[in-house]
Ligand binder design. Structure first.
Ligand code: PMT
Length: 403
């Protein structure tokens, strides 16, 4: 979402300024064009030369430099920016912005620009929690500014508390989400995505499970979020970190996944069920760890059928566009097409999990999209992120056609 964006990064004088240097670099890696405006105090920490080099544009400090192209520097920057971010934002620059003061380049650009403005406060906890700073932030929010809350923790001044500038990946994720919610093609849509495998306990230490890592479902959730959707991610146990801004519901058993899906279902527009759901569960779960048995005797675990979550969702379908996944090892197309019918789906993503580079715990997948009208679209091997992207393309097209 940040590719091609023109971002003015306002940098005020706080110790967290070192993160701003990395922020410029990461923004440029995402394809953004960055111009840095520094306060006079910021130049006491870092030379403008560093920001000029890292941004590829001259870092501006004063309104009184005649730079030719930007002879009226504050107006030129104010018009040029798609987005203005102040990071770190000190108590001083926040107070100036809240009062409408324009006594240096950054405060003047803040006053002049019509573009969206985000401030990332970073300061000593006492200054941050001071009613004056909080009142200034409230004023800025009322006037349409977006405030990225600081982290709490150990601060450079030696105290523990709120006021720390979030880490650069968090700031990037915040800016991406901010942009996606304003411009993403999925903005306003609510997605329910399931991921990873469910587990059915045998005793307190053992379970029946499967090989799903969650990579496919997490890729779908991440892509939907990046495009502005509101995403509820119902996930079985997974070693992966959920994408930022997902509403995460962690479950273990199929029954828990069913309950979580049913709770979210009435309010969602799109369901993508990438989870590998345990179809069976042990009839009896032992209270204590089962002890070793005589090898001659063997052991029998009686399994009961679990509910079919997707079929239940399909039987209650209203506005929801329902997408299933089919993990097959033979008769891929026939089996997947049968699931579309039986579960009342709008689309299924079929993967032959016996193929190399497809299915469980791989970074790639090889899938076919099947629809109720019998159309089949075969995709070559690609990353799970790319599968997610292509899947969302098709969901949007088919959903629009259905409506
Ligand atoms: O997580 P990864 O390691 O990245 O692996 C990805 C994946 C292989 C798990 C994924 O690509 C995939 O194929 N997911 C579906 C696995 C599966 O359970 O397939 P199935 O054919 O058994 O079920 C068909 C559909 O019904 C699935 O959408 C499944 O979520 C759903 N289902 C199945 C059984 C059940 N009791 N309830 C269900 O909702």
């Amino acid at each position: 979402m940040l590719n091609g964006k023109k971002i003015v990064l306002g940098v005020s004088g706080g110790i967290a300024i070192y993160k701003a240097v990395d922020l410029v670099s990461k923004l440029r890696k995402r394809g953004a064009e960055v111009r840095v405006v520094m306060t006079e105090h910021a130049t006491k920490f870092v030379s403008p030369l560093l920001f000029s080099e890292i941004s590829g544009n001259p870092a501006a400090v004063t309104m009184w430099d005649n730079r030719g192209e930007h002879s009226v520097e504050h107006i030129a920057l104010a018009k040029w920016a798609d987005l203005l971010v102040v990071a770190p934002a000190t108590a001083n620059i926040l107070a100036k912005a809240a009062c409408g003061l324009a006594d240096d380049l950054l405060s003047t650009v803040l006053l002049a620009t019509p573009c969206p403005k985000i401030v990332c406060p970073a300061m000593n906890s006492g200054m941050y929690t001071n009613p004056a700073t909080q009142a200034n932030l409230e004023t800025l929010r009322r006037r349409g500014y977006t405030v990225m809350e600081p982290d709490a923790g150990h601060l450079a001044c030696g105290v523990n508390g709120p006021g720390r500038l979030p880490e650069v990946p968090e700031i990037i994720a915040f800016l991406e989400r901010f942009t996606a919610l304003r411009e993403g093609r999925l903005r306003g849509l609510r997605f329910l995505v399931t991921a990873a495998g469910t587990r059915e306990p045998i005793d307190p230490v053992r379970y029946v499970g499967n090989r799903s890592s969650g990579k496919m479902g997490y890729a779908v959730a991440r892509e939907a979020l990046l495009q502005g959707a509101d995403v509820t991610l119902v996930t079985g146990p997974s070693a992966l970190t959920p994408p930022p801004y997902a509403k995460v519901v962690r479950v273990e058993t199929t029954q828990q996944m069913l309950d979580a899906c049913l709770a979210a279902y009435p309010d969602v527009d799109v369901v993508i069920k990438a989870a590998a759901v345990a179809d069976f569960k042990p009839r009896d779960v032992a209270d204590q760890k089962i002890k070793k048995i005589d090898p001659e005797d063997g052991m029998t675990v009686v399994m009961d059928q679990n509910p079919d979550i997707l079929k239940i969702l399909g039987s209650h379908k209203q506005q929801q566009f329902l997408v299933g996944f089919a993990a097959e090892t033979q008769h891929l197309l026939e089996n997947a097409a049968a699931k579309v019918r039986k579960k009342n789906l709008d689309m299924i993503v079929a993967n032959d999990v016996s193929q190399a580079g497809a299915g469980f715990n791989t970074d790639t997948n090889i899938v076919k999209f099947l629809y109720p009208d019998g159309t089949v679209e075969s995709l070559e091997k690609m990353s799970k992120d790319d599968v997610a992207l292509r899947l969302i393309d098709r969901v949007l097209e088919r959903r629009a056609a259905k409506q």
